[in-house]
Design a protein around this ligand. Structure first.
Ligand code: HEM
Ligand code: HEM
Length: 182
């Protein structure tokens, strides 16, 4: 039943798999670009990378919110058997990853809209703010966005260690569950 669009007790369905891999790609790309331009001096290079982050982020934010919504309303596969404390930890990391994705997808656009400006997608398009200016929240939003991005580094690190442990030590076929070959 690996071709089903829905999750089964033993495997992720096609929608969840597509969401996971595209979501992972977008989050890793945005994280890399964000961490790269964060410490750059003001100037054209910083402007370019910040602009790229925002342009990708503008599309990514809608997809990522949908991705989290789909996970929340799907019945996920049963957790793989392992030591109970690790099983709990894996579930907590998954929930925190999803919370992190949602927080980044929401605070990102709000950082820009808080100043009353539209979100620029290169020179192609700009997405005007649906809200009146709320400048007082600009810096807090930036801080939450930056803190959450840093936290994602740790969470993704734990996530990958877990996948490696399952794949190579437990040999329980964890990657197959997320690639439609289970
Ligand atoms: C690129 C390397 C990655 C690999 C190899 C990988 C692999 C996996 C696998 C095999 C699962 C299924 C776990 C299970 O069966 O219980 C999973 C689930 C999950 N992964 Fe990843 N992952 C990667 C990157 C990421 C990134 C960057 C994020 C965060 C944005 C992420 C977020 C999640 C979440 C939230 C789940 C829970 C199920 C879901 O909602 O999709 N993963 N991952
Ligand atoms: C979902 C994954 C995302 C990750 C991992 C991520 C990561 C980062 C990082 C590491 C920074 C630099 C730290 C900082 O200056 O605060 C940053 C800044 C920024 N991000 Fe994101 N981001 C994501 C999504 C978005 C989205 C969807 C948008 C909306 C368009 C966005 C807009 C911004 C803006 C405007 C800044 C610059 C803040 C400043 O000038 O200081 N981000 N992001």
């Amino acid at each position: 039943m690996s071709s089903s669009t829905q999750d089964s007790p033993t495997s992720y369905g096609s929608v969840s798999r597509f969401n996971h891999w595209l979501g992972a790609l977008l989050v890793l790309a945005l994280l890399a670009i964000g961490l790269y331009f964060e410490d750059m001096p003001k100037g054209d290079a910083r402007k370019f990378w910040r602009g790229l982050h925002i342009a990708i982020g503008a599309f990514a934010s809608l997809f990522l919110l949908w991705r989290v919504y789909w996970r929340v309303r799907s019945t996920s596969p049963l957790a793989l058997p392992q030591q109970p404390a690790l099983q709990k930890f894996a579930q907590v990391v998954h929930v925190l990853l999803l919370v992190g994705i949602a927080v980044l997808a929401i605070t990102g656009p709000l950082i820009i809209w808080s100043t009353g400006r539209a979100i620029p997608v290169f020179d192609l398009l700009s997405i005007p703010s649906p809200f009146p200016e709320f400048r007082a929240l600009h810096e807090p939003l930036e801080e939450v966005h930056g803190f959450t991005a840093d936290a994602m580094l740790f969470l993704i690190g734990f996530h990958l260690l877990g996948v490696i442990k399952h794949q190579f030590i437990d040999r329980d076929g964890i990657l197959k569950r997320m690639s439609g070959r289970a």
